[in-house]
Design a protein around this ligand. Structure first.
Ligand code: IMP
Ligand code: MG
Length: 183
C-alpha cells in the first residue's frame, strides 16, 4: 500500500500501517476481554466509520459477546464537523440492564459522543463504556469519557480504515493524515 496519497490538491501521508493498527486493536481486545470476563457485553458500533475497527476488534475478543450498530449523520462532504448530529438508523437490540461498549472510529469534537451518551440515558444499560480507535484531544469541545483509546492523534483530518472523506477512502487498510504543509 502506498506511503502517501494525492487527493485533489491535498496530500495525505501514512499515519498508521496495517501492522500497527492490527497490533493496537489486538491489545485493546485483550484488555476489554479481561475487563468483561464475567459479563456478556454488547458491542455497539457507530456507523459508518467504525465498521472495520468493529469487525477487527470483535475477532480478537475471547469472551462471549453480542454486537449491534446504529448510524449517526456524518460530516457530509466537509473536513470539519457540521455541528449537528442526527440519528439515521436506530439500534435494534435491548440494552436495558446490559453492559454495553460503544465502538467509535474517532472522537474529534466529542459532539457525537455527547449525543450518544444522551441517547442511552433512557435505555438504562447496566453500564456503558466507550472504545475509540482514534482521539484528537486538541479538537475536543465537549466533556466526554473515553474508556479505551487506540491512538491519540494530532488535530488533523484522517482517512482510511473506515474513515471517509466525502464517503470515499473507507476501504484503505492504512490510516492516512492530511499533510497541511503540502510537503
Ligand atoms: P465529533 O462528533 O466531532 O467527535 O466527530 C465524530 C465523527 O466525525 C467521527 O465518528 C467520524 O465519523 C467523523 N470524523 C471526525 N474526525 C474525522 C477525520 O479526521 N476524518 C474522518 N472522519 C472524521
Ligand atoms: Mg463515526
Amino acid at each position: 500500500m502506498s506511503d502517501s496519497l494525492i487527493i485533489g490538491k491535498d496530500k495525505f501521508v501514512t499515519l498508521y500501517t496495517e501492522e500497527q493498527i492490527k497490533k493496537r486493536v489486538k491489545e485493546l481486545a485483550h484488555q476489554i476481554s479481561e475487563d468483561y470476563k464475567s459479563s456478556i457485553p454488547i458491542f455497539i458500533g457507530v456507523l459508518n466509520g467504525s465498521f472495520l475497527f468493529m469487525s477487527d476488534l470483535i475477532r480478537y475478543i475471547n469472551i462471549d459477546c453480542e454486537i449491534d450498530f446504529f448510524k449517526l449523520s456524518s460530516y457530509g462532504d466537509e473536513k470539519i464537523s457540521s455541528g449537528n448530529v442526527k440519528l439515521l438508523k436506530e439500534l435494534n437490540c435491548e440494552v436495558n440492564d446490559r453492559d454495553i461498549i460503544i465502538v467509535e472510529d474517532i472522537v474529534d469534537t466529542g459532539l457525537s459522543l455527547k449525543y450518544i451518551e444522551q441517547l442511552f440515558v433512557d435505555k438504562k444499560p447496566k453500564s456503558m463504556k466507550v472504545v475509540s480507535l482514534l482521539v484528537k484531544p486538541g479538537s475536543l469541545k465537549y466533556e466526554v469519557k473515553i474508556d479505551y483509546i487506540g491512538f491519540i492523534i494530532p488535530d488533523k483530518f484522517v482517512i482510511g480504515y473506515g474513515l471517509d472523506f466525502a464517503q470515499k477512502y473507507r476501504n484503505l487498510g492504512r490510516i492516512y493524515v492530511l499533510n497541511e504543509k503540502g510537503e
